[in-house]
Design a protein around this ligand. Structure first.
Ligand SMILES: C[S@@+](CC[C@H](N)C(=O)[O-])C[C@H]1O[C@@H](n2cnc3c(N)ncnc32)[C@H](O)[C@@H]1O
Length: 94
């Protein structure tokens, strides 16, 4: 990021916003950052809450559903305490 110095970043898969927060922290103040995730789909994935660790490690579909459910329930935790400047250049999409 520091070599390329992008003017725009688009991320697929916000999850809890950790990589999004790194994009904001390491890009120029003029760089716009957008990130997309699936929004509130917790009700469709309730079953994913009961998957075991072994299932999550061995079944990529179950692992995906677990990530989607976690994102839907917790939202972008790492983006809660952004300063005003970073908040203005971030767009979160669902
Ligand atoms: C491995 S996580 C992303 C990790 C994240 N960038 C981080 O810093 O922790 C994958 C994310 O992609 C999201 N996702 C899966 N399918 C998607 C789709 N079709 N469109 C947008 N987001 C999707 C999931 O909800 C999940 O939050």
């Amino acid at each position: 990021m520091r070599i390329v110095r992008p003017r725009r970043i688009f991320e697929f898969g916000t999850f809890l916003g950790y990589s999004t927060s790194l994009f904001l922290a390491n890009s120029d103040p003029g760089c716009d950052v957008a990130s997309i995730d699936l929004g509130d789909i917790a009700s469709e994935l309730a079953e994913a809450a009961s998957y075991s660790d072994a299932e999550l490690r061995s079944d990529d579909r179950k692992n995906d559903d677990h990530l989607r459910l976690t994102q839907s329930r917790l939202g972008p935790l790492y983006l809660r305490d952004l300063d005003e400047t970073d908040r203005r250049r971030l767009t979160l999409l669902h």
